[in-house]
Design a protein around this ligand. Sequence first.
Ligand SMILES: C[S@@+](CC[C@H](N)C(=O)[O-])C[C@H]1O[C@@H](n2cnc3c(N)ncnc32)[C@H](O)[C@@H]1O
Length: 271
Amino acid sequence: MQEIRQIGNVPWDTARIKESIPEFLDLYSRRPLKDNEGGMLSPHMFAAWFMLKNLNPENVIESGVWKGQGTWLIENTLPGSRIFSIDINLGMRKYISPQARYFSRDFSSIDWDFIKDKNNTVLFFDDHQNAFERLRQAGEMGFKKFIFEDNYPEGQGDCYSLKKAFQHSGFDPGQQGSHSIKSIFKNLLTPRRKHIIAPNSSDAAHLENVLEVYYEFPPVFRSKNTRWGDEWNEGNYPTPEALYREAENASLQLFQQEAAYYTWICFAKLK
Ligand SMILES: C[S@@+](CC[C@H](N)C(=O)[O-])C[C@H]1O[C@@H](n2cnc3c(N)ncnc32)[C@H](O)[C@@H]1O
């Protein structure tokens, strides 16, 4: 199997990504929540900020709000954009954005017809749902541009991702990486068969057909081990080249400390 690492091109390069780090860190130092356990940390906050800023859409739909740090990021990255933020449990919010309109129903059950310019909209999914299915649902509604935060590799994470589809790995919620008590109970309670996706090559072939762009944002650093405790190497976790090998200055240290929280966040664009 020849694994897909990128499809098409993005309108930026590594040099531009690296140059923009000081601007991001200035904004990030003003984040409302210093502890965002369960949500994005510096590697993905940076990736999300950079891609949203460069895509510069008129509308952003965010699915998966949690405490609201991601909504704060979107608001501060795109002060002129409309933001629609969804979470099936909005009760966890600690930051509520004056720029966002909130929804508590699943993305697929909302009538998005009021968004006229679907091409000028980015869908930011951080809701741990099936990304392949999200792409299908949103594509049928006319949306084209996506950021998937939970782009877990084969054998890890609690949802089916585009990366897993490209790795032909399928998805079995009972066999994924975490062995915490919480996840064991969650697995027992999940109607497992409903979520099982058998290993297959057809999902990858479908994605190759429908996607103009698939791009995994590079990690700032790659840690020796992953968050799951095993070695992070190209054989088990193929990854775009990290921006840095060593923290060249103190400002990069946070990225280094949180390097293992990277989960292959990606941009995807339908044809
Ligand atoms: C990882 S958290 C989001 C973190 C957030 N983006 C951040 O960076 O702080 C995942 C969130 O997805 C929400 N969620 C679960 N299922 C969902 C669904 N079907 N639609 C929208 N949100 C959902 C959960 O309630 C949870 O708040």
